[in-house]
Design a protein around this ligand. Structure first.
Ligand code: ZN
Ligand code: ZN
Length: 474
């Protein structure tokens, strides 16, 4: 997933869409509480019956039990696609298909670490996606500790030759998930920055908030011209331990064994299913999540929940007895975690008009806020959505919608967007760890998600207004 900063969102709200920002209905933060507008009984009925939904939980349970982890471009992800096609057809969707694409495959190997001196002991870590490898027998080198990513950037070029770099951070839980964006650079860009300065390997404090002795994996990237070095995340308790050891002031030496491999080009794919609309000219409503997962857990909150919530909401529209005006296209994207390959492949293959897009990729906890990026001509759509979501405890935020890595390339074309923001308070306790299993999902909160998504589709897919284009949020 990808989050933009609250500050950026505020600036964009103030500058990119002045018409929207000045409309009282679009800025409830400044308005006193008012009696919610009347909701179309069709929308209200769909929303309220979705609060009793069990199908989304069953989908998450099925995918995480019958497939399990689904690392991109592996045999497991291919099995997940087959599972998805059979399931989406059985649910009654039309035009169910897989669109394949090629991408570089990366798989995990052995991963161990130990402090050699001054206090010999093992540490718990896991390789970051796209990490390079140590020799099979491992690599032993002095450790240089940087409390933050910015401290690493300030180190002189060449000063880290033959060193193992450690990067810390101070990420704390946040409801809007913005702390992930703020501190995630240590993982996304830290290894490449250390490699440029001569480091032979990098270990970071996990980008996550788990206090279990379980590391959080996640992707890193090495730009062209920077050779990947071994890069791994220590669990938070192990990062604390390394920092305590280093604080004793004696030189620290670490031995690392990391043997992930790049397997060259391999196949991944997007699984697509549709609820055909009555008006082909009105543009597609694109929703979904990502089918791939990291390989440590079973990818329940990230992102079996997202694919399940969006597909079940679409099915509820399909079964409503009224065909939507706009085609609803559900995409279960492949290969998001390792570099958003599925999202880019989809955009390349689908030049047709998209009216609106939304993605669910932030777990399964309750939705606490929604935001939009709608053109001025569709302000009434946002107002109807506000009224429909109010009984679920979901107010409208002041920012501009733009979340969802997979739908990012479609939003970048100027497609309108809606964010249904889930609470991030618990999300990064589990995110990308072996704890990402179905028992982290609260069925009651998952149902609230299904109801909100169903209500959103019931408003948007039937809207008589023209929707789009817009200025992208990012
Ligand atoms: Zn995700
Ligand atoms: Zn993820």
């Amino acid at each position: 997933m990808r989050r933009r900063s609250v500050l950026l969102a505020t600036l964009l709200a103030a500058t990119a869409l002045p018409g929207l920002a000045q409309t009282p209905a679009a800025a409830p933060a400044a308005a006193p509480a008012s009696i919610p507008a009347k909701v179309d009984p069709f929308v209200a009925r769909l929303r309220d019956t979705a609060l009793k939904d069990d199908m989304a939980y069953d989908l998450v349970e099925g995918l995480t039990t019958e497939v399990g982890q689904r690392l991109a471009a592996t045999e497991a992800e291919a099995r997940a696609r087959s599972w998805a096609v059979a399931k989406l057809r059985a649910m009654g969707f039309r035009n169910v298909r897989v669109e394949t694409f090629q991408m570089p495959a990366w798989v995990r190997g052995e991963e161990t670490a130990e402090i050699v001196s001054p206090f010999a002991q093992k540490l718990v870590l896991t390789a970051l996606g796209n990490s390079g490898a140590t020799p099979p027998e491992g690599l032993t080198a002095p450790v240089v500790v940087f409390p933050t990513y910015n401290d690493l950037l300030a180190a002189p070029d060449g000063s880290l030759t033959s060193k193992i770099v450690y990067i810390g951070h101070a990420m704390a839980p946040s409801q809007d998930g913005s702390s992930y964006g703020a501190y995630g650079a240590a993982r996304r860009a830290g290894p490449a920055a250390a490699a440029r300065k001569g480091a032979v390997a990098v270990v970071i404090r996990s980008i996550g908030t788990s206090d279990n002795r379980l590391p959080h994996t996640g992707g890193t990237s090495f730009p062209a011209g920077v050779t990947p070095i071994p890069a791994a995340a220590l669990s938070n308790p192990d990062a604390d331990q390394l920092e305590r050891i280093a604080a004793r002031g004696r030189p620290v030496t670490m031995r690392l064994v990391l043997t992930p491999r790049f397997l060259g080009q391999a196949e991944s794919g997007n699984v697509i299913a549709e609820v055909p609309g009555t008006d082909p000219g009105a543009g597609v409503v694109l929703i979904g999540g990502h089918l791939d997962s990291w390989d440590l857990g079973t990818g329940a909150i990230d992102d079996a929940a997202g694919v399940a919530i969006t597909a079940v909401a679409a099915k509820r529209i399909m079964d409503s007895g009224r065909r939507p005006r706009r085609t609803i296209r559900v995409v279960w994207f492949g290969a998001e975690e390792v570099g958003v390959f599925g999202g880019r492949a989809y955009a390349e293959r689908h030049p047709e008009r998209h009216a609106l897009t939304a993605e669910s990729d932030f777990g399964a906890d309750r939705i606490w806020r929604f935001e939009t990026n709608l053109p001025a001509g569709a302000n009434a759509v946002g107002d109807r959505l506000q009224a429909a979501l109010a009984p679920l405890g979901i107010p409208r935020g002041a920012g501009v919608a733009g979340d969802g890595a997979d739908v990012g390339p479609i939003m970048a074309r100027g497609t309108a967007a809606i964010d249904l923001n889930q609470s991030g308070i618990r999300y990064f306790d589990t995110h990308h760890t072996p704890n990402d299993t179905i028992d982290r999902i609260d069925p009651e909160q998952l149902r609230q998600n299904v109801a909100a998504w169903t209500a959103m589709l019931a408003v948007v897919a039937y809207a008589p207004e023209d929707i789009g284009p817009v200025t992208p949020a990012k």
